[in-house]
Write a protein that binds this ligand. Sequence first.
Ligand code: ADP
Ligand code: MG
Length: 376
Amino acid sequence: MSAAEAAAGFAAVYGTACEGVWEAPGRVNLIGEYTDVNDGFVLPMALPHRTRVAAAARTDGLLRLHSAAAPGTVSELAVADLAPGAVPGWAAYPAGVVWALREAGHDVSGGADLHVESEVPVGAGLSSSAALEVATALALDGLYGLGPARPELARLAQRAENAFVGVPCGIMDQMASACCTEGHVLHLDTRDLSWRQIPFDPAAWGLRLLVVDTGVKHEVGDGEYARRREGCEAAARALGVRALRDIAYEELDAALARLPGPGARALVRHVVGENHRVEQVAALLDAGDPRLVGPLLTAGHASLRDDFAVSCAELDLVVAAACGAGALGARMTGAGFGGSAVVLAEEADAEAVEKAVPAAFEAAGLRAPRIFAVPG
Ligand code: ADP
Ligand code: MG
């Protein structure tokens, strides 16, 4: 799928040429799970998979939306009437971005025609939603010359997902899609959106980073995500801090002793430990010691499984099979309850890992997972 194909798709749907094609990638998070909803650190990288939005401005205030993933149906909305809750289905993501731009005072009143094509696996924890939002924001910016910097567009995309679609996600996915650059992981402070790019080139180190998409999505996930987030906020209030990010790793034991029950303690142990692991991984990458990252990934998985309780049998199976086949480390990535895992392996062991994981799935009677290397 290319920009030219997205442009051709636009012409086929709308019968006219688009003015341009804008794109944004999906992401895989190397480490730092549920830290972004606690003002903490994350370490995502862009996938080679992209979402493209072919677009043309209008002058009559209409917003028309079409996706190759939902062929044949064009949503037709009035920009002036956009309001949270008013748009059902996938169209809420791009419509929410137009709404968030309008609410922030950007003049998008003329409207637009949008056609979406995407290579990002949908609902696989690889952030197809943020790729769609950011590509839409870039398209509107391009058509109307709006001018906000990328972090501001990411904030507006997050606002669209939070307030318009109704998903209480953090800022990681939108920032990753908007700001990751090739050959780097993005070391992002989700409190103030300061970041730096850390060089990350597994092939140059003799390593391979694999993404394993389990192909499963457990429906409990949406409610559980919100409950974890609320649990963390309640724990931060009990500890008298703005967010759990404000508990230093050295203060963890003292903080745990001040919490009322095992549930709150488990949440805090994960978030404070995970934030610390992000900083350790960033330091190892800076120091040129990528192999030592492996055990931190696996420790992060254990924390998400045992303390934060957001893993599932399929993700645990990926981690066990990959590590059993000699991987340096592995962990679930994204919000959990299905979706994808990430595996770091020596190049020489990667083939064994790529065989062992599907074999374990087959033995468990599960559908074969999809495995690909990143950057690719
Ligand atoms: P993830 O972001 O991990 O892929 P989400 O549940 O957050 O999973 O977002 C998936 C939703 O985003 C889809 O159900 C759909 O509504 C929307 N979406 C993503 N990509 C596309 C696309 N190319 N076309 C239409 N809708 C899309
Ligand atoms: Mg998403």
